[in-house]
Write a protein that binds this ligand. Sequence first.
Ligand SMILES: Cc1ncc(COP(=O)(O)O)c(C=O)c1O
Length: 230
Amino acid sequence: MDEINAIAARHGHIPVIEDAAQSFGATYKGRRSGNLSTFGCTSFFPSKPLGCYGDGGAIFTHDDELAQACREIRVHGQSARYTHTRVGVGGRMDTLQCAVVLAKLERFEWELQRRREIGARYGELLAGSGIELLTVRPDRDCVWAQYTVFVDDRARVQAALQAQGIPTAVHYPKPLHHQPAYAQHCCPECCEHSIAAAARVMSLPMSADLAEADQDRVVAALKAAVAATG
Ligand SMILES: Cc1ncc(COP(=O)(O)O)c(C=O)c1O
C-alpha cells in the first residue's frame, strides 16, 4: 500500500481505495488493513474473515466529508429524510446481516488467531513438498481469508481433490485486465505476474473452524494429487 499511496500522491493525491475484502483483520507495518489509504472497503460475504450469512460490507475513511458522502450514496443520495442531495444507490445492509456481523465481531479476534494458526500449520505441513506457497513479508501479517497455493495442471489437481470430497476454489481465474469490462484499459499481455498467478492459484479449504484431522486429509490428498500430475 505504501507504494500505491506514493504513486497516487505523485499524481495529485488521487484518492486510493484499499480492497480489504480478504485482508480484514490483517496488519501492514503495524496498521490494520482498511486503514491504509483514503478509503478501505471490506466484504462480509460468508467466506470472508468476518462473514455474515448473506451479503454485506463496510467502508472506512478518516475523512468526515467523504464519510458523509458514502452515507448519502448508500441510501439513494439522501442527506436528510426525503431530501436527495446526490444520485445514490440502494446499498443498505440488511438488519439481519448486521445482527450476525455484530455477534461474530465478539469472537473475531479469536477467529483471526485461529486463521493464523491454521495458515501456519498448512505452511508447516506443506513445507518441503515442492508445492509453491505464498510468502508473507515480515512487516505484515496475513489472516488467510483463503489459503492459496500454486499448482501446475490445476484442473487435474482440483478434480483429484474433488473426487475425495475436498472442495477447492480459484481466486481468481482471470486477471482484472482480462475481464471484458476492463479489457480496453490495458494491453492483454501486460501484468505478467497477474497472468501467471491466475493460471496457477488454487485455494484450499480454510476457516477458523477447520479441524486438524480435516486439514491433514486435505494436505495428504493435495500432495498425492500433485505427485500424480507431476
Ligand atoms: C478481493 C475482493 N474484493 C471484493 C470482493 C467483493 O465482495 P462483495 O461481493 O461483498 O462486494 C471480493 C469477494 O469475492 C473479493 O474477494
